[in-house]
Design a protein around this ligand. Structure first.
Ligand code: SF4
Length: 428
Protein backbone atom coordinates (compact mmCIF):
# COMPACT_ATOMS: atom_id res chain seq x y z
CA UNK A 1 0.00 0.00 0.00
CA UNK A 2 1.31 3.47 -0.82
CA UNK A 3 0.34 6.93 0.37
CA UNK A 4 1.64 8.69 -2.75
CA UNK A 5 -0.01 6.65 -5.49
CA UNK A 6 -2.27 3.68 -6.12
CA UNK A 7 -2.25 2.66 -9.73
CA UNK A 8 -3.67 0.26 -12.21
CA UNK A 9 -1.68 -3.04 -12.43
CA UNK A 10 -1.39 -3.00 -16.23
CA UNK A 11 0.92 -6.03 -16.44
CA UNK A 12 -1.58 -8.17 -14.53
CA UNK A 13 -4.42 -6.82 -16.63
CA UNK A 14 -2.65 -8.05 -19.77
CA UNK A 15 -2.30 -11.48 -18.12
CA UNK A 16 -5.97 -11.38 -17.14
CA UNK A 17 -6.91 -10.38 -20.71
CA UNK A 18 -4.91 -13.31 -22.05
CA UNK A 19 -6.45 -15.85 -19.62
CA UNK A 20 -10.00 -14.68 -20.21
CA UNK A 21 -9.43 -14.85 -23.99
CA UNK A 22 -8.86 -18.60 -23.58
CA UNK A 23 -11.79 -18.98 -21.15
CA UNK A 24 -9.75 -19.44 -18.01
CA UNK A 25 -11.45 -17.60 -15.15
CA UNK A 26 -9.09 -15.44 -13.11
CA UNK A 27 -9.06 -12.53 -10.73
CA UNK A 28 -6.59 -9.83 -9.67
CA UNK A 29 -5.87 -9.54 -5.96
CA UNK A 30 -4.25 -6.13 -5.68
CA UNK A 31 -2.85 -5.43 -2.21
CA UNK A 32 -2.19 -1.82 -3.20
CA UNK A 33 -5.88 -1.12 -2.93
CA UNK A 34 -6.35 -2.91 0.40
CA UNK A 35 -5.55 -2.12 4.03
CA UNK A 36 -2.11 -3.11 5.31
CA UNK A 37 -3.48 -5.38 8.05
CA UNK A 38 -4.49 -9.09 7.79
CA UNK A 39 -2.93 -9.39 4.35
CA UNK A 40 -2.23 -13.09 4.51
CA UNK A 41 -5.61 -14.00 5.98
CA UNK A 42 -7.37 -11.96 3.32
CA UNK A 43 -5.34 -13.65 0.59
CA UNK A 44 -5.87 -17.19 1.82
CA UNK A 45 -9.60 -16.60 2.39
CA UNK A 46 -9.91 -15.37 -1.17
CA UNK A 47 -8.04 -18.35 -2.60
CA UNK A 48 -10.21 -20.81 -0.67
CA UNK A 49 -13.47 -19.02 -1.44
CA UNK A 50 -12.61 -18.66 -5.13
CA UNK A 51 -11.42 -22.27 -5.39
CA UNK A 52 -8.31 -21.16 -7.27
CA UNK A 53 -5.87 -23.83 -8.46
CA UNK A 54 -3.00 -21.46 -9.47
CA UNK A 55 -1.73 -18.29 -7.82
CA UNK A 56 0.61 -15.92 -9.65
CA UNK A 57 2.79 -13.27 -7.97
CA UNK A 58 3.76 -10.14 -9.90
CA UNK A 59 7.17 -9.41 -8.39
CA UNK A 60 8.97 -6.07 -8.25
CA UNK A 61 12.45 -5.46 -6.83
CA UNK A 62 11.05 -4.34 -3.49
CA UNK A 63 8.56 -7.20 -3.09
CA UNK A 64 10.80 -10.22 -3.70
CA UNK A 65 11.06 -11.29 -0.05
CA UNK A 66 7.38 -10.66 0.62
CA UNK A 67 6.33 -12.77 -2.38
CA UNK A 68 8.70 -15.63 -1.55
CA UNK A 69 7.69 -15.65 2.13
CA UNK A 70 4.02 -15.62 1.22
CA UNK A 71 4.56 -18.39 -1.32
CA UNK A 72 6.25 -20.48 1.40
CA UNK A 73 3.29 -20.00 3.75
CA UNK A 74 0.82 -20.86 1.01
CA UNK A 75 2.78 -23.99 0.18
CA UNK A 76 2.33 -25.15 3.77
CA UNK A 77 -1.29 -24.13 4.17
CA UNK A 78 -2.57 -24.96 0.67
CA UNK A 79 -0.17 -27.54 -0.79
CA UNK A 80 -2.52 -28.34 -3.71
CA UNK A 81 -2.29 -24.76 -5.10
CA UNK A 82 0.36 -24.21 -7.80
CA UNK A 83 2.45 -21.07 -7.37
CA UNK A 84 3.69 -18.97 -10.30
CA UNK A 85 5.92 -15.90 -10.38
CA UNK A 86 6.38 -13.25 -13.07
CA UNK A 87 6.84 -9.49 -13.39
CA UNK A 88 9.83 -7.17 -13.90
CA UNK A 89 12.06 -8.59 -11.16
CA UNK A 90 11.50 -12.13 -12.40
CA UNK A 91 12.22 -11.11 -15.98
CA UNK A 92 15.72 -10.01 -14.93
CA UNK A 93 16.63 -12.33 -12.12
CA UNK A 94 14.62 -15.46 -12.77
CA UNK A 95 17.29 -17.77 -11.37
CA UNK A 96 16.66 -16.27 -7.91
CA UNK A 97 13.21 -17.87 -7.92
CA UNK A 98 14.27 -21.50 -8.26
CA UNK A 99 12.75 -22.23 -4.91
CA UNK A 100 10.87 -25.18 -3.41
CA UNK A 101 7.76 -23.14 -2.76
CA UNK A 102 7.46 -22.01 -6.39
CA UNK A 103 6.21 -24.20 -9.24
CA UNK A 104 6.62 -22.08 -12.37
CA UNK A 105 8.75 -19.07 -13.28
CA UNK A 106 7.64 -16.83 -16.15
CA UNK A 107 10.32 -14.53 -17.58
CA UNK A 108 9.30 -14.47 -21.22
CA UNK A 109 8.95 -11.33 -23.35
CA UNK A 110 5.22 -11.17 -24.05
CA UNK A 111 2.47 -13.65 -23.32
CA UNK A 112 2.30 -16.03 -26.28
CA UNK A 113 4.38 -18.74 -24.63
CA UNK A 114 2.55 -18.34 -21.33
CA UNK A 115 -0.77 -18.69 -23.14
CA UNK A 116 0.34 -21.96 -24.73
CA UNK A 117 1.25 -23.36 -21.33
CA UNK A 118 -2.11 -22.44 -19.79
CA UNK A 119 -4.03 -23.70 -22.81
CA UNK A 120 -2.32 -27.07 -22.55
CA UNK A 121 -3.11 -27.35 -18.85
CA UNK A 122 0.64 -27.20 -18.04
CA UNK A 123 1.37 -30.23 -20.19
CA UNK A 124 4.99 -31.38 -19.74
CA UNK A 125 5.69 -31.52 -23.47
CA UNK A 126 4.45 -27.96 -23.96
CA UNK A 127 6.43 -26.79 -20.94
CA UNK A 128 9.61 -28.32 -22.36
CA UNK A 129 9.20 -26.34 -25.57
CA UNK A 130 7.83 -23.08 -24.16
CA UNK A 131 10.26 -20.16 -24.20
CA UNK A 132 10.97 -18.00 -21.16
CA UNK A 133 9.53 -20.44 -18.63
CA UNK A 134 11.07 -22.32 -15.73
CA UNK A 135 9.58 -25.49 -14.22
CA UNK A 136 10.65 -28.57 -12.26
CA UNK A 137 11.18 -31.98 -13.84
CA UNK A 138 9.96 -35.22 -12.24
CA UNK A 139 13.03 -35.26 -9.96
CA UNK A 140 12.34 -31.74 -8.74
CA UNK A 141 15.24 -30.27 -10.75
CA UNK A 142 14.63 -26.84 -12.23
CA UNK A 143 14.55 -26.59 -16.03
CA UNK A 144 15.02 -23.00 -17.22
CA UNK A 145 14.09 -22.61 -20.88
CA UNK A 146 15.70 -20.00 -23.14
CA UNK A 147 13.85 -16.74 -23.56
CA UNK A 148 12.02 -16.01 -26.80
CA UNK A 149 12.78 -12.96 -28.97
CA UNK A 150 11.84 -9.40 -27.96
CA UNK A 151 8.30 -8.26 -28.76
CA UNK A 152 6.82 -5.05 -30.13
CA UNK A 153 3.25 -5.64 -28.98
CA UNK A 154 1.09 -7.91 -26.85
CA UNK A 155 -1.14 -10.30 -28.74
CA UNK A 156 -4.03 -9.62 -26.34
CA UNK A 157 -5.76 -6.60 -24.91
CA UNK A 158 -5.64 -5.74 -21.21
CA UNK A 159 -8.70 -6.62 -19.15
CA UNK A 160 -9.32 -3.31 -17.36
CA UNK A 161 -12.28 -4.48 -15.26
CA UNK A 162 -10.06 -4.35 -12.16
CA UNK A 163 -9.19 -0.70 -12.92
CA UNK A 164 -12.84 0.28 -13.17
CA UNK A 165 -13.65 -1.64 -9.98
CA UNK A 166 -10.92 0.16 -8.02
CA UNK A 167 -11.22 3.55 -9.69
CA UNK A 168 -12.33 5.23 -6.46
CA UNK A 169 -9.08 4.38 -4.70
CA UNK A 170 -6.84 5.02 -7.73
CA UNK A 171 -4.77 8.19 -7.43
CA UNK A 172 -1.44 9.96 -7.78
CA UNK A 173 -1.00 12.47 -5.04
CA UNK A 174 -1.99 15.94 -6.21
CA UNK A 175 -2.91 14.72 -9.69
CA UNK A 176 -5.97 12.50 -9.34
CA UNK A 177 -6.68 9.11 -10.86
CA UNK A 178 -4.88 7.78 -13.93
CA UNK A 179 -5.36 4.84 -16.25
CA UNK A 180 -2.11 3.27 -17.47
CA UNK A 181 -1.18 2.60 -21.09
CA UNK A 182 1.87 1.32 -22.91
CA UNK A 183 3.14 2.17 -26.39
CA UNK A 184 6.71 0.81 -26.43
CA UNK A 185 9.02 -1.66 -24.72
CA UNK A 186 12.37 -1.05 -23.03
CA UNK A 187 14.60 1.99 -23.60
CA UNK A 188 17.45 2.63 -26.05
CA UNK A 189 19.61 4.43 -23.43
CA UNK A 190 21.87 2.85 -20.83
CA UNK A 191 21.73 4.76 -17.55
CA UNK A 192 23.77 2.78 -15.06
CA UNK A 193 21.19 2.62 -12.25
CA UNK A 194 18.27 1.63 -14.46
CA UNK A 195 17.09 -1.83 -15.31
CA UNK A 196 14.16 -0.75 -17.51
CA UNK A 197 16.67 -0.64 -20.33
CA UNK A 198 17.30 -4.38 -19.86
CA UNK A 199 13.61 -5.27 -20.33
CA UNK A 200 12.45 -6.95 -23.53
CA UNK A 201 15.94 -8.54 -23.81
CA UNK A 202 17.42 -5.04 -23.93
CA UNK A 203 15.75 -4.05 -27.19
CA UNK A 204 13.70 -0.86 -27.56
CA UNK A 205 10.63 -1.51 -29.72
CA UNK A 206 7.54 0.53 -30.57
CA UNK A 207 3.95 -0.65 -30.72
CA UNK A 208 1.89 0.02 -33.79
CA UNK A 209 0.35 3.46 -33.25
CA UNK A 210 -3.09 2.38 -34.44
CA UNK A 211 -3.16 -0.24 -31.67
CA UNK A 212 -2.08 2.39 -29.16
CA UNK A 213 -4.85 4.74 -30.26
CA UNK A 214 -7.38 1.90 -30.22
CA UNK A 215 -6.35 1.10 -26.65
CA UNK A 216 -6.63 4.66 -25.35
CA UNK A 217 -9.96 5.13 -27.08
CA UNK A 218 -11.25 2.05 -25.30
CA UNK A 219 -10.23 3.38 -21.89
CA UNK A 220 -13.21 4.88 -20.14
CA UNK A 221 -11.15 7.44 -18.22
CA UNK A 222 -10.03 10.98 -18.83
CA UNK A 223 -6.42 10.85 -17.61
CA UNK A 224 -3.92 8.39 -19.07
CA UNK A 225 -0.32 7.81 -18.06
CA UNK A 226 1.92 6.29 -20.72
CA UNK A 227 4.45 4.31 -18.74
CA UNK A 228 6.87 3.96 -21.67
CA UNK A 229 10.37 4.68 -20.41
CA UNK A 230 10.72 7.56 -22.86
CA UNK A 231 7.72 8.57 -24.96
CA UNK A 232 9.82 11.09 -26.91
CA UNK A 233 12.49 8.79 -28.36
CA UNK A 234 11.10 9.02 -31.89
CA UNK A 235 10.03 12.57 -32.76
CA UNK A 236 8.37 11.60 -36.02
CA UNK A 237 6.27 8.99 -34.22
CA UNK A 238 5.30 11.50 -31.53
CA UNK A 239 4.02 13.79 -34.29
CA UNK A 240 2.08 10.91 -35.82
CA UNK A 241 0.56 10.16 -32.42
CA UNK A 242 -0.57 13.79 -32.01
CA UNK A 243 -1.98 13.82 -35.53
CA UNK A 244 -4.06 10.71 -34.86
CA UNK A 245 -5.31 12.15 -31.58
CA UNK A 246 -6.41 15.31 -33.37
CA UNK A 247 -7.95 13.53 -36.37
CA UNK A 248 -9.93 11.14 -34.18
CA UNK A 249 -11.14 13.89 -31.87
CA UNK A 250 -9.71 12.24 -28.74
CA UNK A 251 -9.97 14.56 -25.75
CA UNK A 252 -7.89 13.09 -22.96
CA UNK A 253 -5.13 14.27 -20.66
CA UNK A 254 -1.78 12.48 -20.92
CA UNK A 255 1.23 12.08 -18.70
CA UNK A 256 4.43 10.74 -20.27
CA UNK A 257 8.10 10.13 -19.47
CA UNK A 258 10.67 12.03 -21.52
CA UNK A 259 14.43 12.35 -21.22
CA UNK A 260 15.68 15.93 -20.88
CA UNK A 261 17.64 15.76 -24.15
CA UNK A 262 14.59 14.42 -25.99
CA UNK A 263 12.37 17.12 -24.50
CA UNK A 264 14.82 19.69 -25.92
CA UNK A 265 14.93 17.84 -29.23
CA UNK A 266 11.11 18.06 -29.35
CA UNK A 267 10.93 21.71 -28.27
CA UNK A 268 9.40 22.81 -31.59
CA UNK A 269 6.54 20.30 -31.25
CA UNK A 270 5.76 20.73 -27.56
CA UNK A 271 2.82 23.00 -28.37
CA UNK A 272 1.44 20.21 -30.57
CA UNK A 273 1.86 17.79 -27.68
CA UNK A 274 0.02 20.23 -25.44
CA UNK A 275 -2.84 20.48 -27.94
CA UNK A 276 -2.98 16.67 -28.06
CA UNK A 277 -3.54 16.65 -24.28
CA UNK A 278 -0.06 16.17 -22.80
CA UNK A 279 0.00 18.06 -19.48
CA UNK A 280 2.74 16.26 -17.56
CA UNK A 281 6.20 15.12 -18.57
CA UNK A 282 8.18 13.12 -16.03
CA UNK A 283 11.76 14.04 -16.75
CA UNK A 284 14.61 11.99 -15.31
CA UNK A 285 16.80 14.99 -14.56
CA UNK A 286 18.62 12.77 -12.03
CA UNK A 287 21.34 15.25 -11.03
CA UNK A 288 22.32 18.88 -11.32
CA UNK A 289 26.01 18.51 -11.87
CA UNK A 290 27.76 17.02 -14.84
CA UNK A 291 29.98 14.69 -12.82
CA UNK A 292 27.03 12.89 -11.29
CA UNK A 293 25.29 12.76 -14.65
CA UNK A 294 28.39 11.17 -16.10
CA UNK A 295 28.59 8.69 -13.21
CA UNK A 296 25.02 7.67 -14.05
CA UNK A 297 25.90 7.39 -17.75
CA UNK A 298 22.98 9.72 -18.38
CA UNK A 299 24.44 11.26 -21.57
CA UNK A 300 22.93 14.65 -20.69
CA UNK A 301 24.23 17.76 -18.92
CA UNK A 302 23.02 20.28 -16.37
CA UNK A 303 22.49 22.76 -19.22
CA UNK A 304 20.26 20.28 -21.08
CA UNK A 305 18.27 19.73 -17.88
CA UNK A 306 17.73 23.48 -17.47
CA UNK A 307 16.68 23.85 -21.11
CA UNK A 308 14.20 20.99 -20.80
CA UNK A 309 12.54 22.55 -17.74
CA UNK A 310 12.31 25.92 -19.50
CA UNK A 311 10.86 24.71 -22.80
CA UNK A 312 8.24 22.63 -21.04
CA UNK A 313 7.23 25.58 -18.86
CA UNK A 314 7.04 27.86 -21.92
CA UNK A 315 4.61 25.40 -23.47
CA UNK A 316 2.41 25.15 -20.35
CA UNK A 317 3.44 21.54 -19.74
CA UNK A 318 4.34 20.57 -16.19
CA UNK A 319 7.88 19.28 -15.78
CA UNK A 320 7.97 16.64 -13.05
CA UNK A 321 11.65 16.52 -12.12
CA UNK A 322 12.91 13.11 -11.02
CA UNK A 323 16.20 13.17 -9.11
CA UNK A 324 18.54 10.39 -8.04
CA UNK A 325 20.54 11.39 -4.97
CA UNK A 326 24.00 9.88 -5.05
CA UNK A 327 25.77 8.34 -2.04
CA UNK A 328 28.67 10.58 -3.12
CA UNK A 329 26.65 13.74 -2.40
CA UNK A 330 28.22 16.31 -0.10
CA UNK A 331 26.39 18.72 2.14
CA UNK A 332 26.93 21.33 -0.57
CA UNK A 333 25.39 19.06 -3.20
CA UNK A 334 22.16 18.88 -1.18
CA UNK A 335 22.13 22.68 -0.92
CA UNK A 336 22.86 23.07 -4.63
CA UNK A 337 19.98 20.76 -5.48
CA UNK A 338 17.51 22.96 -3.60
CA UNK A 339 19.01 26.07 -5.22
CA UNK A 340 18.68 24.46 -8.67
CA UNK A 341 15.01 23.64 -8.01
CA UNK A 342 14.32 27.21 -6.87
CA UNK A 343 16.25 28.87 -9.68
CA UNK A 344 14.55 26.77 -12.30
CA UNK A 345 11.13 27.21 -10.69
CA UNK A 346 10.51 23.51 -10.51
CA UNK A 347 7.40 22.71 -8.50
CA UNK A 348 6.79 18.99 -9.03
CA UNK A 349 9.80 16.98 -7.90
CA UNK A 350 10.52 13.43 -6.75
CA UNK A 351 13.74 12.30 -5.09
CA UNK A 352 15.14 8.79 -4.85
CA UNK A 353 18.35 7.52 -3.33
CA UNK A 354 20.74 5.92 -5.81
CA UNK A 355 20.02 2.19 -5.64
CA UNK A 356 21.93 -0.40 -7.66
CA UNK A 357 19.05 -2.72 -8.54
CA UNK A 358 20.07 -6.26 -9.31
CA UNK A 359 20.21 -6.53 -13.09
CA UNK A 360 21.40 -2.95 -13.65
CA UNK A 361 24.97 -2.03 -14.65
CA UNK A 362 25.34 -0.27 -11.29
CA UNK A 363 24.74 -3.56 -9.48
CA UNK A 364 27.83 -5.09 -11.10
CA UNK A 365 29.83 -2.02 -10.13
CA UNK A 366 28.67 -1.77 -6.51
CA UNK A 367 27.75 -5.27 -5.44
CA UNK A 368 30.80 -5.51 -3.15
CA UNK A 369 29.79 -2.35 -1.31
CA UNK A 370 26.11 -3.00 -0.63
CA UNK A 371 24.69 -2.57 2.86
CA UNK A 372 21.44 -4.09 4.13
CA UNK A 373 20.51 -4.95 0.56
CA UNK A 374 17.13 -6.51 1.32
CA UNK A 375 14.28 -6.33 -1.13
CA UNK A 376 11.90 -4.27 1.00
CA UNK A 377 14.63 -1.58 1.21
CA UNK A 378 14.91 -1.29 -2.59
CA UNK A 379 12.41 1.51 -2.91
CA UNK A 380 14.63 4.55 -3.40
CA UNK A 381 14.16 5.83 0.14
CA UNK A 382 16.64 3.54 1.89
CA UNK A 383 20.43 3.59 1.86
CA UNK A 384 22.02 0.58 0.17
CA UNK A 385 25.51 2.06 -0.34
CA UNK A 386 27.25 3.78 2.53
CA UNK A 387 27.35 7.58 1.96
CA UNK A 388 30.84 8.83 1.15
CA UNK A 389 30.82 12.23 2.84
CA UNK A 390 28.55 11.94 5.87
CA UNK A 391 26.96 9.44 8.20
CA UNK A 392 23.97 7.45 6.99
CA UNK A 393 21.82 9.28 9.51
CA UNK A 394 22.82 12.72 8.25
CA UNK A 395 22.38 11.58 4.67
CA UNK A 396 18.84 10.46 5.41
CA UNK A 397 18.05 13.66 7.30
CA UNK A 398 19.27 15.74 4.35
CA UNK A 399 17.41 13.50 1.93
CA UNK A 400 14.08 13.86 3.77
CA UNK A 401 14.68 17.61 4.14
CA UNK A 402 14.58 17.79 0.34
CA UNK A 403 10.94 16.76 0.57
CA UNK A 404 10.20 19.11 3.45
CA UNK A 405 11.74 22.04 1.59
CA UNK A 406 9.94 21.42 -1.69
CA UNK A 407 6.61 19.82 -0.84
CA UNK A 408 5.25 22.57 1.41
CA UNK A 409 5.14 24.83 -1.64
CA UNK A 410 3.74 22.07 -3.86
CA UNK A 411 0.94 21.24 -1.41
CA UNK A 412 0.03 24.90 -1.07
CA UNK A 413 -0.21 25.22 -4.84
CA UNK A 414 -2.27 22.03 -5.07
CA UNK A 415 -4.55 23.41 -2.37
CA UNK A 416 -4.88 26.69 -4.29
CA UNK A 417 -5.55 24.68 -7.48
CA UNK A 418 -2.79 26.36 -9.43
CA UNK A 419 -0.10 23.68 -9.38
CA UNK A 420 -0.50 23.28 -13.14
CA UNK A 421 -0.16 26.98 -13.91
CA UNK A 422 3.40 26.77 -15.19
CA UNK A 423 3.79 30.53 -15.59
CA UNK A 424 3.03 31.24 -11.94
CA UNK A 425 6.31 32.39 -10.40
CA UNK A 426 4.92 33.06 -6.97
CA UNK A 427 5.36 30.82 -3.94
CA UNK A 428 1.59 30.42 -3.49
S1 SF4 B 1 16.70 6.05 -16.70
FE1 SF4 B 1 15.27 6.44 -18.35
S2 SF4 B 1 16.55 7.04 -20.08
FE2 SF4 B 1 17.88 6.03 -18.63
S3 SF4 B 1 17.94 3.89 -19.29
FE3 SF4 B 1 16.33 4.08 -17.75
S4 SF4 B 1 14.46 4.42 -18.85
FE4 SF4 B 1 16.17 4.84 -20.24
Amino acid sequence: MSIVAKLEPLGLEYVSGMLKSIDIPCDIHDEFHMPRFFRYKRLIDRIIKGGYSHIGFHVNANTVDYCIDTAARLRQDLPHVKILVGGPEVEHNYKDFCNDCIDYIFYENGLVSVERVFKSGFDTKVLEEATGIGFKDVHGKWILNEKGPPICQYHVKPDRSHFYKTIKSNFIIGKGSFAIAKASFSCPYRCSFCYCTKMNSGLYTEMDLDLVIEDIKSINHQRIWFVDDDFLVNKERVLQFCKKIREQGIKKQFMIYGRADNVVKCKDILSILYDAGVRDVLVGLEAINDNFLQDYNKETTKKVNEDAIRVLRDNKIVCNGLFVVSHNSTRQDFKDLITFIKNNRLLWVVFGIFTPYKGSDAYDEYNQRLVKFRSKRLDGIHITIKPQHMTSLMFLVRFYMLYVKTYSKLYLRIFRKNAYVTQNNKWW
